[in-house]
Design a binder for this molecule. Sequence first.
Ligand code: CA
Ligand code: CA
Length: 164
Amino acid sequence: MINTTAVSKARRAAAVGAVLFTAAASVGLTAAPAEAATERAGCTVTPYVPEHLRHNTAGEKVIRYRVKVACDADRTVVIRWQGVEEDWSTWWNKDPDDGHFSITRSRTFGSEGTRTLVYDKQLPDTESGSEEMYQKVRFVVTSNGVESESTSWERTPYRSFRNG
Ligand SMILES: [Ca+2]
Ligand SMILES: [Ca+2]
């Protein structure tokens, strides 16, 4: 039996991809790197594409969300951190992304350094077929009592994971 949901999802993804490709070509953009970093006030934060870590005792996939944080000395960084399952809305079919987690993490650097934050969570089941997981972060930096403005949200590409 043909899985019509998966087929229609693939068609929608292809259609969205074609539109994005056209838009990028028309303004001469190059493809974004798989992982991009944002710098603000002496801290650089890099979110990575989610990875399959292991299976839990229920037989479900546990996904690892990883963010690298590098700061100069005397910095405190507060990161808003979300995991999301991507869907594709069109004007004729509203299908917004599914929020998965939303957390805040803070790290203080007395001296210059780099730390990796990880968050592990069971893959959600939001639809038939695979789940397209990505993560996004934004952050503020405080140094000597001065707080920076927040960065904009920075998201990773998604990675597809099959449930089970
Ligand atoms: Ca999806
Ligand atoms: Ca979904």
